[in-house]
Design a protein around this ligand. Structure first.
Ligand SMILES: [Zn+2]
Length: 176
C-alpha cells in the first residue's frame, strides 16, 4: 500500500514548470498579500488548509493540496485532493471541501472565504472546475487565498471567475 505510485510517474516537486503546460498564470504579477500580512481569519484558514493537505491521497503526482472554506455561520470545512488511477476521476481539494460542506450543513451554505495550500511549495490557484463549482455557493466578494509565485495571493472570487456559467431560462418561453 505504501508504494502505489507507478515507477515511471514523475513526482511533482514544484520546481521548474509549475504546470504541465508551462503556463504560469501568476508569474508576472506580484502577490497581493504575503502570508505574514494576511488578516487573522485568512491566516487561520490557510493553516487549516495546510493541515488538510497532510491527508492528501496523491500517489500518482505527489502533489498534496488542502483547501479550507469559511462558511457564513462561522464553520470551517476542509478537504484534500483524492487522486485516482484513471487520473481523470481525481477530485481537487476545493471540490472535496465543498462536497463535505454541503453534506454536513446542507444546500443553503454560503462561503465567505477560501484558502488553498499545498505541501509542494508550488503555485496552485483553484482550477477552472473548482471555480465553477464554488460559484454556486460563494459570495462574489469572498477572498480566495492561494499559493502563487513569491508568496500567497488573495483575490476576490468574482475576479477569479468572471463570466462563469449560469443557466437562466427565459420567463416567457413555454417549458417543454
Ligand atoms: Zn480544482
Amino acid at each position: 500500500m505504501s508504494n502505489r505510485r507507478p515507477h515511471d510517474a514523475p513526482v511533482y516537486t514544484g520546481q521548474g514548470d509549475a504546470l504541465a503546460s508551462g503556463f504560469m498564470p501568476c508569474s508576472l504579477e506580484p502577490p497581493m498579500n504575503a502570508a505574514s500580512v494576511l488578516p487573522a481569519p485568512l491566516d487561520r484558514l490557510l493553516e487549516e488548509a495546510s493541515q488538510a493537505a497532510l491527508h492528501a491521497y496523491a500517489p500518482y503526482s505527489g502533489f498534496r493540496v488542502g483547501a479550507a472554506l469559511l462558511l457564513a455561520g462561522g464553520e470551517t470545512v476542509t478537504g484534500t485532493n483524492v487522486e485516482n488511477v484513471s487520473y481523470g476521476l481525481t477530485i481537487c481539494a476545493e471540490r472535496a471541501a465543498l462536497v463535505q460542506a454541503v453534506s454536513r450543513f446542507g444546500p443553503g451554505i454560503r462561503i465567505e472565504a477560501v484558502a488553498v495550500a499545498n505541501l509542494n511549495h508550488a503555485p496552485s490557484p483553484p482550477c477552472g472546475a473548482c471555480r465553477q463549482m464554488l460559484a454556486e455557493f460563494i459570495e462574489p466578494h469572498a477572498p480566495v487565498v492561494f499559493p502563487s509565485l513569491g508568496g500567497n495571493r488573495t483575490m476576490a472570487f468574482q475576479d477569479l471567475l468572471p463570466g462563469g456559467f449560469e443557466m437562466k431560462l427565459k420567463q416567457d418561453e413555454p417549458q417543454p
